[in-house]
Each structure stands twice: as C-alpha cells, then as structure tokens.
Write a new protein. Structure first.
Ligand code: GLN
Length: 470
C-alpha cells in the first residue's frame, strides 16, 4: 500500500540478494522528500546515518532464515522512546535540548537485531491525545486524506508507515495510541499484554497503562517486531518473567474458535457502516460468533482518564526546569519551576496535570481515583466472564473513521470519547490488536479490534493473521 515491501518480504529479498538495503533507504528518502513537508510525520530524521548503516548491512551478510533478524530493515520510532545520543522531545517544548542518555530496551533490541532507525516520529505532546494535534512540532496529517487526522497519539508513526517513510514503526499505547492511529491509517497496530514489552526508556505517561507496540503493514510484521522486542527485562520490574510463546502463523483458524461480539460496542455505535465492515469477515468465513455483554465498557473513558491523569500529575512532576531540557531562568527557585513549566507544557498537558492533581487531592481521592481503581477491578472481572464464552473478543477499534483536522481540538470531551473502544483492554491489561477491515467507509479504513486473555499474545497474533487472510 505504501509502495514498500513488508518486513517479511524485505528480509527475504535481502537474504536472496534480490534487494539492497541502500535501495530501500533511497526509496524511503524519495517518499520523505515528496510527502514529509505536508504530512509532518517525523520530528527528527537521520537519513545520512540510515544510508551509512544500509551500506554496512549490504556489505555484510544477511543471516539466511534466521528470524527474527532485522538486518537492513528501516524502522521509525515514536519520539517518546529514547535512542542514545538523540533528542527525545515527546513533542513538547519542555524537553528542548534534552538528549537521551541511553537506548530504551526496545531500541537496544532492535539495534541488536540489525534494524536501521530512520527517524523519530511526531506525536501528541507526551502522548496525550487521539489526533496528533497537540504536538508542539505541529499537527500530523493523514496521508490517506490530507484533511484528516492520522489518529493519535502515535500518529507520526502510523503516517510515516502509511506514506512509505518507513517499513514499520514503534508507537506507545496507554489507552489506544497504537491501535487507533493504525486503524485511521489502514495499518495493523498491536498492544501486547501489560508486562510483555519493557518500558525502560519509554517516557512515562501513565505507568500502570503504558505499553510499547508495533505499527505495521501486516500482522506478520507485528509478530516479527514483537518477537524481537518482547520478553523479560531486568531494567523494567513490571515485565513478565517468561519469554513469549513461539508463534505459528499458519493462517488456519483452529476448529471450534469462538469470537465474542462485544454487545455494547456495537449497540452504541452510531455509524452502522463501521459495524458492518468489522463484522463481515467473520460472517463470510463462517467463524462462530457469540454475543458477550460487558456493560462496564461504557464507563471506560471516565475511568481511564481519571486514572491516566492522576498518574500524569505525578509522572510529569519531574519536568521542573532543573533536571531535564528547557529551563527559564528566574531569580527564585519557585519562579524557575513555575515559568519553566508554564511555558514548557502545552494546554492539553496542563489540563491533565490539573485534573489529575485535583482527583488525587485530599477529600477527592476516594470519590475519583479510588472509585476508578474499583471500576478497573470490576471491568477485569467482566472480561474474565466474557472469556469463559469466547476465545477472542471483537469490537471496532474506534467509533468513527479518521476525523477532520481541527474538528475536536476545542472539545476535549469529544476527543476523549474517541478512546471508548480502546481504553477498556488497556485498563484490563489485555493484549489487543487492530487490523484494517476490507470494506472502507467513505473510502476511509475502519479497524477491526480483537482482544485476547492476558498473556495470550501469541495466540492473538496467530488468529489476527488468519483473519487478515480472509
Ligand atoms: N487518546 C488517549 C489519551 O488521550 C490515549 C493516549 C495514548 O494511548 N497514549 O489519553
């Protein structure tokens, strides 16, 4: 779709001598030259380094069939993930001048597998948003329709892959930021079980929710990136101690597989065409569908934003003008803090810090934060009950297709409601994937979202791959 091969195709072609990494990088450079000034997918590009690395890869050996190997494969990285020696802006003025002192574990693993990092991609400031419009580096546009948003917050990663600025990308997903932009740009976005992928070197937004995930052209590519970056990490104590299970992407759907249709997500959906596009492949393939009801899903946006904002108020306290990036020198310490933060953060980040601080304050913490925590536990129980009836759960990824730029920027509530189908799995720590439906809606892609029980990441990828073949 973007004119570039997939990771799997490219790895094979490089190994066979049918492609050269330098040629692919040249192609990407051309695409960047054509589209980047309009789309604004990247915050920083490293094209000369990428070309040099591609030459080196071509001069060496392509390890035949040794998957997962990413030698010579160009990947883009969301700019809230640290790459040693490079800026990590989080699309915020407050990190002006900050250079990453180390590689994030996911970056270390990509580099060790031979991947070429093409650049750092644009995002909503500190990953807070659903449209990539809150970026201090300017909004990202959707390459499929330049009047529309690419989704967010990993909109730069999705847009870069969609226009051929990278073969695949990494994003981060706190409440939907990998899955929703993938859906808006016609790509695959995978959020693993909480604990599968290390967050060491991912700038914290809401630590009980943040996960890194791949945005790719195919499920197979998501599986390849996942197998490179997943697994235990002594630098992130929330990682699960076992290596992920091996995957077998046969394209076969095991007999008796049941898919649970998340009732509330479909009955609440206003655009029936999205419901039809999402359901059709399952009906066509004769996959057994059962209805499951998770009424608590309806409250997920309120609970997600309360919890995420509470964590924001604590996680973003470290940007004080002293330790990182930008400092506005004032006479007193307090004024230095106030002015650095006041000028460094954008409106959406400030809104979240304020609401989060309020929700945690004495007298309110039970009504807000603790209530949201109880909700979270109850939601997980509803998921458990649903998984008694079905192997995977189905919903649309988002209630709409890509919306117009500017449409929701003055209405934070409308923006937050874009997360209604992606927030629940994040709250319940479940693996969840968005794959593009075959039918478009007014020419725009709609995402099919599949959720699996915790730690069934490999089974989810296998199943999603089979559905993608349909
Ligand atoms: N759109 C959600 C939010 O605004 C999700 C963001 C994310 O996953 N980083 O918080």
């Amino acid at each position: 779709m973007n004119g570039l091969p997939t990771i799997a195709e490219l790895a094979f072609a490089l190994d066979q001598g049918d492609a050269k990494a330098v040629e692919v990088i040249a192609e990407i450079r051309k695409n960047i030259e054509t589209h980047e000034s309009d789309v604004n997918a990247y915050v920083n590009l490293y094209q000369n380094e990428a070309t040099a690395q591609a030459k080196e890869a071509d001069a060496g050996e392509y390890p035949a069939g040794k998957t997962p190997d990413l030698t010579g494969i160009p990947i883009a990285i969301k700019d809230n993930i640290c790459v040693r020696g490079w800026p990590c802006t989080c699309a915020s003025r407050i990190l002006n001048g900050f250079l990453s002192p180390y590689d994030a574990t996911v970056v270390k693993r990509l580099k060790a597998a031979g991947a070429i990092i093409v650049g750092k991609t644009n995002l909503d400031e500190f990953a807070m948003g659903a449209s990539s419009e809150t970026s201090a580096c300017g909004p990202v546009k959707n390459p499929l329709d330049m009047e529309r948003v690419p989704g967010g917050s990993s909109g730069g990663s999705a847009a870069a892959v969609a226009y051929g600025g990278a073969v695949a990308a990494l994003g981060s997903d706190t409440g939907g930021s990998v899955r929703q932009p993938a859906a808006f740009c016609g790509l695959v976005g995978f959020r693993p079980s909480y604990g599968r992928i290390s967050r060491y070197g991912l700038v914290a937004f809401a630590s009980s929710l943040d996960q890194v995930g791949p945005i790719t052209q195919t499920v197979e590519d998501a599986a390849i990136l996942y197998s490179v970056i997943a697994g235990p990490d002594p630098d992130d104590s929330t990682t699960y101690p076992q290596e992920p299970e091996e995957m077998d992407l046969t394209g076969q759907i095991p007999r008796g597989t049941k898919v649970g249709v998340m009732k509330e997500c479909f009955t609440d959906l206003q655009d029936r065409r999205i419901a039809d596009a999402v359901m059709r492949p399952f009906a066509d393939a004769g996959i057994e569908l059962v209805e499951v009801s998770l009424p608590l899903v309806r409250l997920s946006v309120a609970a997600y934003h309360l919890l995420a904002m509470s964590e924001v108020s604590s996680n973003l306290a470290r940007y004080d003008g002293i330790r990182y990036g930008r400092r506005v020198e004032k006479l007193g310490l307090k004024d230095t803090y106030f002015t650095s933060r006041g000028q460094g953060f954008g409106d959406e980040v400030k809104r979240r810090i304020l609401i989060g601080t309020f929700g945690l304050s004495e007298g309110y913490i039970d009504a807000y934060y603790n209530t949201a925590l109880r909700y979270r536990a109850a939601l997980a129980t509803q998921y458990e009950a649903a998984f008694e009836k079905a192997d995977f759960l189905l919903s649309p990824t988002a209630p709409t297709t890509a919306f117009k730029l500017g449409e929701r920027t003055n209405d934070p509530l409308a923006m937050y409601l874009s997360d209604v189908f992606t927030a629940p799995a994040a709250l319940a720590a479940l693996p969840c994937i968005s794959i593009p439906a075959k039918d478009t809606v007014d020419g725009l892609p709609a995402g099919i979202q599949l959720t699996a029980p915790r730690w069934k990441d490999s089974q989810l990828l296998e199943f999603a791959h089979a559905v993608e073949q349909i």
